[in-house]
Design a protein around this ligand. Structure first.
Ligand SMILES: Cc1cc2nc3c(=O)[nH]c(=O)nc-3n(C[C@H](O)[C@H](O)[C@H](O)COP(=O)(O)O)c2cc1C
Length: 312
């Protein structure tokens, strides 16, 4: 067992997953399976969260889908994905063959969509699913469940009935009461919460060419370093109100970011936008974390968490 190995466990039900490192490639930035294998040391990747998968294949949004913002990016990909059948047929065998641990990230327009996806995950013995109720870039569904505690409770309870594995609910920061949403997910049977998804944002680019102004805009989800303070606040709020583990994300790029998220309650991490800048970052940070712990005589990840939170 490596010293940065960690277990995420719902103490109430006993449901758990083991991660060989606490660092996970975030959904939508890490492909479906082994797209990053040329850059990343797979031995140091805790897991990947797959691109959000819907029941049917989706082409995503047309037009400009990406905007480079200051210290971040705005995307309006619109959940382009191959659909669950193609995922099971073409992508899952590669994950299995290469022994890559993963979270199946799912999204839907209706409660029935989510329940069908959960059934399929269950039938295929998928160990962990991450339910995206927080995508701001699609016209129908998804975020609608993620902003209303009673809808989220109903959705989570129905998924729970359909799926026996480790159930992660991914929350949106686009709310004024993240605590109520976290409690609804936990009460509905979630084993873990992940947060945050992107923040609603608008990129505007004005040029002045040949005596004329031109304007380009991209409205979508803001991610990257600029959202880290929001993510830290949200993780602190979530952790203050639920007992289940929390996977933190939002602007992580360096070792000290991991420490900051641990200080406010994170049990594991996902890295998204930073992969586009440095594709090796997930394993780089895991190796850096391991080196730090060895040099400073931390025997395991729990001990490090306790020391940062001044619990030991
Ligand atoms: C291009 C892009 C696509 C994304 N697609 C998804 C997705 O399909 N499902 C999902 O749950 N989150 C998706 N996200 C959100 C990320 O997983 C993550 O929650 C967010 O970007 C914050 O982390 P970061 O600041 O490290 O990027 C996407 C983010 C980006 C930048």
């Amino acid at each position: 067992m490596g010293i940065i190995e960690t277990t995420l466990k719902n103490e109430k039900t006993g449901n758990f997953i083991n991660l060989k490192t606490p660092i996970i490639g975030a959904s939508g930035t890490y492909g479906y399976n082994c797209e990053f294998e040329d850059f990343v040391d797979l031995n140091y990747l805790g897991a990947i969260s797959t691109k959000g998968i819907t029941l049917e294949k989706r082409p995503g949004n047309s037009g400009n889908r990406i905007f480079e913002a200051q210290c971040g990016m705005i995307n309006r990909i619109g959940l382009e994905n191959v659909g669950i059948n193609a995922f099971i047929k073409d992508k899952l065998p590669i994950l299995k063959e290469k022994n890559i641990d993963f979270l199946l990230n799912i999204a839907g327009s209706t409660l029935e969509d989510y329940v069908k996806l959960a059934h399929i995950a269950n039938e295929n013995d998928i160990k962990a699913i991450e339910v995206n109720v927080s995508c701001p870039n699609v016209k129908q569904g998804c975020l609608e469940f993620g902003l209303n505690p009673s809808s989220l409770f109903e959705l989570t309870s129905n998924i729970r009935k359909a799926y026996e594995g480790f159930l992660i609910v991914k929350l949106s920061p686009n709310t004024s009461d993240i605590k109520a949403l976290a409690r609804a997910a936990e009460a509905g049977g979630a084993d873990c919460i992940s947060a945050i998804n992107t923040l609603r944002g608008l990129g505007v680019k004005i040029d002045f060419i040949n005596n004329k102004f031109t304007k380009n805009t991209v409205q979508g989800g803001l991610s990257g370093q600029c959202i880290k303070p929001v993510a830290l606040y949200m993780i602190k709020e979530i952790k203050s109100t639920v007992k289940i583990p929390v996977i933190a994300m939002g602007g992580i790029t360096k070792l000290n970011d991991l420490f900051e998220f641990i200080a406010v309650g994170a049990d594991a991490f996902q890295i998204g936008t930073a992969n586009f800048i440095k594709p090796s970052i997930c394993s780089d940070l895991a190796i850096e974390l391991e080196d730090f712990m060895k040099q400073n005589n931390f025997k395991d990840f729990n001990e490090l968490k306790g020391a940062i939170r001044n619990e030991q």
